[in-house]
Design a protein around this ligand. Structure first.
Ligand code: UD1
Ligand code: UDP
Length: 447
């Protein structure tokens, strides 16, 4: 995981020492941030190796501060991802927890401000579209400038995605974060187009690929060692074989528009009845979803996990990353309303039905395995049937190649250097450090 073995090496160049703060808070943030954290570790190891010292000195290495807001806090929603991904313990934990949008966002802002003032990073990196993302970007954008009149650069990883549905809380978080950010790292072409249309200066936009896919590619082999297929009774042991996997589908639902409304939730479950009559459907239910199932009295839709039962929807809690990756990879079909899962199934070439009216990730439809079914029972039934009967022609989107984090770290360092070199001469600086190039080609918008 820590090694970006495929990253073509180029020369090294000098930049100023830099302190980078990485902010995570909710489940999808961990997969997106991990490769950036590891790339920074790699950089420091390279600097140390080049200097002949076992450790890079503080002036030479990138100082990394990992902040966890605590938006997600259960072991199954947070802790397990740190161990599965090999992420270090956060340097700062804000322990914010759950609340309404206003309360949660405000509390993150209140607690993050003190950390920012104390740590004084040069760059703050935020990921995705959750409340932690917009809260920390907003605090950083309004922090008092230092004695040189500067505040930290804000880098947004996964910028520019748009569902064009302002009823979706994440859409507001995306728009606001993008317009507060100095460096916008996009995962797909549509991100560039959306940002340009909204008047974001092209030189701020960098098409780097997808760090969630970096994590997937780095973890795929490890996920094959997961025991989950045996645990849920999917590995057929007939004829002494341990390799055969029974046919099954995987389901995730957590969007408030789907699970907080009883009628919509029911419509989705009814749309899956035919599928769950033909093969077992494993439902990894988010805590929000579990609560709603109990509240709406929907328990009767689910079969208890039972190997002798050939079909039905089997309710599971939220799964660890490696277990979930393993289940996704071997599934005949994935049905989801998750953003990240649409991308991961595209990369794994597993057919995906998205139970939403839109997607902010159109490349998963135009290029990948995803179809948008909406939430009516009839449309879901039809989309499932189509996907089960014939695989969509699909390919992996451009730059989803496991090197997105390398491009991001290099761009941050280059941009930081460029901005500082206008106010300070680099000549003879002892704080100079060496940067490994990410890739032979330049990035759009770079000087
Ligand atoms: C959040 C993100 C959403 C993302 C999802 C990923 C926002 C606005 N939403 O939605 O974009 O797709 O995370 O999973 O940021 N809860 C627990 N344990 C936890 C975390 C949450 O029990 O560790 C329960 C609480 O009852 C909480 C509810 O889940 O009220 C919702 O959590 P919250 O973080 O507010 O939103 P998500 O639905 O998780
Ligand atoms: N995921 C996981 N366990 C689960 C469900 C999802 O590890 O039970 C992973 C999934 O592989 C992807 C990420 O969580 O990497 C997606 O997060 P989520 O669906 O919570 O949020 P979204 O992407 O919709 O914002």
């Amino acid at each position: 995981m820590h090694h970006d073995r495929d990253c073509p090496e180029r020369g090294f160049r000098k930049v100023l020492a830099v302190k980078i703060m990485i902010v995570v808070g909710a489940r999808p943030n961990f997969m997106k941030a991990a490769p950036v954290v590891f790339k920074i570790h790699d950089h420091n190891a390279t600097v140390a190796a080049l200097s002949g010292e076992p450790q890079a000195t503080p002036e030479e290495k990138i100082q990394l501060v990992l902040v966890h807001t605590g938006q997600h806090y259960d072991e199954a929603m947070s802790g397990s991802f740190f161990s599965d991904l090999g992420l270090p313990k956060p340097n700062v934990h804000l322990e914010v927890g759950s609340g309404s949008h206003a309360v949660q966002t405000a509390e993150i802002m209140r607690r993050f401000e003190g950390v920012l003032i104390e740590e004084k990073p040069d760059v703050v990196v935020v990921f995705g579209d959750v409340n932690s993302t917009v809260a920390c970007a907003l605090v950083t954008s309004k922090i008092s400038p230092d004695s040189r009149g500067k505040r930290p650069l804000i880098a947004h990883v996964e910028a520019g995605l748009r569902s064009f549905d302002r009823g979706m809380p994440e859409e507001l978080n995306r728009i606001l974060t993008d317009h507060l950010s100095d460096l916008l790292f996009v995962t797909e072409e549509s991100g560039k187009e959306n940002l340009c249309r909204e008047g974001v200066m092209p030189e701020k936009i960098h098409f780097v690929g997808n760090t969630m896919i970096d994590s997937l590619l780095a973890s795929e082999e490890k996920s094959e060692k997961s025991a989950i297929l045996d645990q849920v009774g999917l590995r057929s042991r007939s004829n002494g074989s341990t390799n055969g996997v029974r046919r099954y589908a995987l389901l995730t639902l957590h969007r408030p528009s789907n699970v907080d409304n009883r009628d919509t939730f029911l419509s989705i479950l009814e749309g899956l009845q035919e599928l769950s009559g033909s093969c077992p459907v494993f439902f990894s239910a988010h805590p929000r979803t579990q609560k709603r199932i109990a509240e709406f009295g929907l328990e009767h839709f689910f079969q208890p996990g039972n190997e002798s039962e050939p079909a039905g929807i089997r309710l599971l809690g939220p799964l660890g990353y490696l277990d979930f990756l393993c289940l996704m990879k071997h599934a005949a079909l994935v049905v989801t309303d998750s953003g990240g899962v649409q991308e991961e199934t595209t990369c794994l070439m597993v057919p995906c039905v998205t139970v939403r009216e839109n997607t902010e990730r159109p490349v998963t439809v135009t290029c990948g395995t995803n179809v948008i079914a909406g939430t009516s029972s009839e449309n879901i039934r039809k989309a499932v049937k189509d996907q089960m009967n014939g695989r969509k022609q699909a390919r992996v989107p451009e730059k989803w190649d496991g090197k997105a984090a390398a491009r991001i770290v290099e761009t941050i360092l280059r941009e930081f250097e460029r901005r500082n070199s206008t106010s300070r001469s680099l000549e003879g600086t002892s704080a100079a450090t060496m940067v490994r190039g990410a890739e032979g080609t330049g990035h759009p918008g770079l000087p």
